[in-house]
Design a protein around this ligand. Sequence first.
Ligand code: SME
Length: 164
Amino acid sequence: MHNDQICQNLTRMEQEGANLEKLLATAVELLHNSNPRFHWTGIYELYPDNVLRLGPFIGSPTDHVFIAVGKGICGTAIAQKRNLNIPDVNRVANYLACSSSTRSELVVLIRAGETIFAQIDIDSHEFNAFDPVTVRQVELVAERLAQAYQKQHRPDQPSESRKT
Ligand code: SME
């Protein structure tokens, strides 16, 4: 499924009343199946205590269910407030290994301006798996999910306190 269709599916589901959890899980599933180079696809949500917590994912189970801001590639993306496309994870000093097969990793923030809600994290067994077209497609899904976060306020994650 092309990423435009993923966004259309998410929009339709939201219009039909799907909650944020359902939208996140569906986005992970559709993204994961959209590209054979995606070997682990998941979402980490940023909580007010500045810790990322693993949400829905597809792939091998990971020990890294909680990641503090600044730690690993995921926490560094939050600390630096930017997406990270890592062509070779073995060249990153504070990389947190999920699988010994992983060679490259992409983190795309789900954000509205300065407010970061979560991130899409994708691992690949191939080096440099994320070309600019692929990155843009994941960014479009992240932008769609950011709209859902803005609409669907959750009391355990007051959006005001997510501001970094
Ligand atoms: N590699 C990530 C940890 C998450 S696992 O890949 C699922 C990192 O360095 O932050």
